[in-house]
Design a protein around this ligand. Structure first.
Ligand SMILES: NC(=O)N[C@@H](CC(=O)O)C(=O)O
Ligand SMILES: [Zn+2]
Ligand SMILES: [Zn+2]
Length: 455
């Protein structure tokens, strides 16, 4: 379905003097949904009459960000997030596509549910929603879900995950890896050995011992990753490791890649900056799965992201109801929100510290996740986003801006951000989805759904 642009929608936008990928200044013209011109300076006579000029001075232009790991909570927990509110938060965070995890109620384990999620996302119009399909029926870890039917559905599912739960049974994992080869799918594993983490509340270490909270040892993550890279090699299939959080996990991925195994890995923004020291305040905002680890782990995941061992940053945006977070630590839910702070955290930890360039950020937050999710076969997925003729999925960032995060002022329907009250660098100024602004002046463009969600 596509809507014709209405009179309220400009046909073209001229981003004047922006820095594509942080490079040299250029004028970028978005027209008819694609990047129409890229010139050092577009002559005035060649600027279309109807073009809206966006002052881009000192703004970095990046390809629209792609999140491979988002929890949108619809269907089932619309009190904490809807597809509409979650994708609006994503647009404000600079995203033009998100992968919606399958741990909803009902679980996204059938063609019917993934098509419903895909359709609601399309109608909301903020970003492209790519549903993730469950690996097992009901995330129960027993019976393989109808992976083929989900792949062939209108949602064209390519990423499958029981996220929230680990595909623990090695036989089921092997079968899933074998099955998705037929349609170039990938299994995204939540690596958590269940027996080693029974009752676990936080990272196992000095802090957990001092606080008297049950520990989640690094080996519980690493043992599953080690097993799964070997399974992926044996089967000759694609494995993606969700929210990798320990130094040992980085080492295993490095070893596996050196051996030629087809594995990719993600790290979340929160694991790039926060440590288990945060648990000392007993504030369940900092309770997350996998848990916040030690400074040595934070250093290792930063290094792994910088040297390409870790392929992508994914938010693991996990909104929760107030009653599930405003309680004692042991009773609280695992998870924190992240869509609206992800790019700022990456800037703070990786760009401002000299570990990544903006072109690298485009790679780890757009091109690589798009490639892993098989959502684009064009230039974008190859990391050359600013070619004429490419879909105009563009985000403008003001890297010099600073802001104090206000948990209540975000677009997400939940307030469990770990960065509330903290100052972060960078601000998303505008986001364009196929040439149509979803965010301007840092605010969502409210009539976005009615001015045309062409796709
Ligand atoms: N990350 C979390 O702590 N929680 C996620 C599940 C998950 O990603 O494992 C959730 O759905 O709340
Ligand atoms: Zn998970
Ligand atoms: Zn998750």
């Amino acid at each position: 379905m596509s809507h014709a642009p209405t009179s309220t929608q400009a046909a073209s936008y001229l981003l004047r003097g922006v820095r594509p990928l942080g490079g040299e200044r250029a004028d970028v013209l978005l027209r008819d949904g694609v990047i129409a011109r890229i010139e050092p300076q577009l002559p005035e006579a060649e600027v279309p009459q109807d073009a809206v000029v966006v002052d881009g001075a000192d703004r970095v232009a990046l390809p629209g960000l792609v999140d491979l790991h988002t929890h949108l909570r619809e269907p089932g927990r619309e009190d904490t997030e809807t597809i509409e509110s979650g994708t609006r938060a994503a647009a404000v965070g600079g995203f033009t596509a998100v992968h919606a995890m399958a741990n909803t109620t009902p679980v996204a384990d059938t063609a019917g549910v993934v098509e419903q999620v895909w359709r609601i996302g399309r109608d909301a119009g903020w970003v492209d929603v790519h549903p993730v399909g469950a690996v097992s029926v009901g995330l129960a870890g027993e019976q393989l879900a109808e992976l083929g039917a989900m792949a062939q559905s209108a949602a064209r599912v390519r990423v499958f995950s029981d996220d929230g739960k680990c595909v623990w049974d090695p036989v089921l994992m092997r079968r899933a890896l074998e099955y998705v080869k037929a349609f170039d799918g990938v299994i995204a594993q939540h690596a958590q050995e269940p027996r080693l983490t029974e009752g676990a509340q936080m990272n196992e270490g000095i802090v957990s011992a001092e606080l008297g909270l049950a520990g989640w040892p690094a080996v519980a993550e690493e043992a599953i990753i080690a097993r799964d890279v070997l399974l992926a090699e044996h089967v000759g299939s694609r494995l993606h490791v969700c929210h990798l959080s320990t130094a040992g996990s980085v080492e295993i991925i490095r070893w596996a890649k050196g051996r030629g195994i087809d594995v990719t890995a993600e790290v979340t923004p929160h694991h790039l900056v926060l440590t288990d020291e945060e648990a000392r305040g007993y504030d369940p905002t900092f309770k997350v799965n996998p848990p916040l680890r030690t400074q040595a782990d934070v250093d290792a995941v930063r290094e792994g992201l910088a040297d390409g061992t870790i392929d992508i940053v994914a938010t693991d945006h996990a909104p929760h109801a107030r009653e599930d977070k405003d309680c004692e630590w042991a009773a609280a839910a695992f998870g924190m929100t992240g869509l609206e702070t992800a790019l700022s955290v990456v800037q703070a930890t990786m760009v401002d510290t000299g570990r990544l360039t903006w072109a690298d950020v485009a790679r780890v937050m757009s091109a690589n996740p798009a490639r892993i999710g098989r959502i684009d076969t064009g230039e974008l997925a190859q990391g050359r986003p600013f070619a004429v003729g490419e879909p105009a999925n563009v985000v403008l960032v003001d890297p010099a801006a600073r802001r104090v995060v206000d948990g209540r002022a975000q677009e997400t329907a939940s307030a469990n951000t770990p960065f509330a009250g903290r100052e972060l660098p960078g601000r998303v100024v505008a986001t364009f989805l196929r040439g149509r602004p979803t965010v301007l002046d840092g605010a969502p463009v409210r009539d976005v759904a009615t001015v045309g969600g062409a796709r």
